[in-house]
Ligand binder design. Structure first.
Ligand code: BTN
Length: 235
C-alpha cells in the first residue's frame, strides 16, 4: 500500500477518490483538512492534532452483501487502538466511536460496486487526538487528550491503528464494541423520532430495534441513531 503524507488538504477521502483511476491501494494522511466531510453531507472539524486518513483499497470477488465488513473492520480497529491507550470506546451504529458519552471518531466509507461486487473502498477515519475542538462541539465531542490528559503523538496513534486494522479477524470485534445494546435510544426517521430499544446489528449492517413492542430492521441511510448518556443518578 502506497502511503502519502500531506500537510493540508480539503479532504483525504476526496483526494483518495480522485486517485481511484490509478488502481493502486493507497493510504492518505493529512495533518489537517479544510473541508473534512462526514456522513449525510455533514462537515467534520479537522484541526491539526487529529488523525485524518483515508485508505483506498481494491478488491476482487468481494460480494456486495458483505460490504458492511469494511465498516466493521475500521470501527473495530479504532476501538482496539483507543483501548490500547486505556480508553473504553463504544460504537454508535453504524460509524461513530464514542468515549464517555461523547464522539471521538467518525468514519466515512465510500465504495464503488461492479456487478454485485465491491470494486473499491475509500475508508476515511477522523479521530480526535489532541486537536482543538470548536466550542459548539465541546458538549458532544471529545479527544484522546481530553480523556487521558496525555499528549499522545498522532503518528503513534496511526501506527497502532494500521497494525490492528491489518488483523484478518478484526471485523469480528465490531459486535463486542457496539454500544447501547438493550438501552433506550431515539431513532430519527426524517421528521419523526421514535423511542426504541437497541437489539443488535446484523451482518449486512442493519440495525434491529424494538419499537412499540415490535422488532424492526433499520438501515443507516434512512435513520439516525440518537443516544443520550445516563446521568450518574439514572445509572
Ligand atoms: C462522520 O462523523 O460522519 C464521518 C467523519 C469522517 C471524517 C474523516 S477525516 C478523514 C476523511 N476525510 C474526510 O473528508 N472525511 C473522513
Amino acid at each position: 500500500m502506497k502511503r502519502i503524507f500531506l500537510e493540508e488538504i480539503p479532504s483525504t477521502n476526496d483526494y483518495a477518490k480522485a486517485r481511484r483511476n490509478e488502481k493502486q491501494d493507497l493510504l492518505v494522511v493529512a495533518k489537517k483538512q479544510t473541508g473534512g466531510r462526514g456522513t449525510k453531507g455533514r462537515s467534520f472539524s479537522s484541526q491539526e492534532g487529529g488523525v485524518y486518513l483515508s485508505r483506498l483499497q481494491f478488491y476482487e470477488n468481494f460480494p456486495a452483501k458483505d460490504a458492511f465488513r469494511i465498516m466493521q473492520s475500521a470501527a473495530a480497529a479504532v476501538c482496539e487502538t483507543l483501548s490500547s491507550f486505556g480508553l473504553i470506546p463504544k460504537i454508535k451504529w453504524p460509524n461513530d466511536v464514542y468515549v464517555n458519552g461523547k464522539k471521538i471518531c467518525g468514519i466515512l466509507i465510500e465504495n464503488t460496486f461492479s456487478g454485485g461486487f465491491v470494486a473499491s473502498s475509500v475508508v476515511g477515519i477522523g479521530l480526535n487526538v489532541s486537536n482543538d475542538l470548536p466550542d459548539e462541539l465541546s458538549p458532544i465531542a471529545t479527544s484522546v487528550y481530553k480523556e487521558t490528559g496525555k499528549k499522545i503523538s498522532v503518528d503513534e496513534v496511526i501506527q497502532r491503528l494500521l497494525r490492528v486494522w491489518e488483523k484478518k479477524t478484526i471485523h469480528e470485534s465490531y459486535a463486542q464494541y457496539l454500544g447501547w445494546l438493550g438501552e433506550e435510544v431515539s431513532l430519527v426517521l426524517g421528521e419523526r423520532t421514535a423511542k426504541a430499544t437497541l437489539l443488535s446489528v446484523d451482518g449486512e449492517g442493519g440495525l434491529w430495534a424494538r419499537v412499540n413492542g415490535e422488532e424492526k430492521r433499520f438501515v443507516a441511510a434512512e435513520v439516525t441513531l440518537r443516544v443520550t448518556e445516563k446521568t450518574e443518578e439514572e445509572k
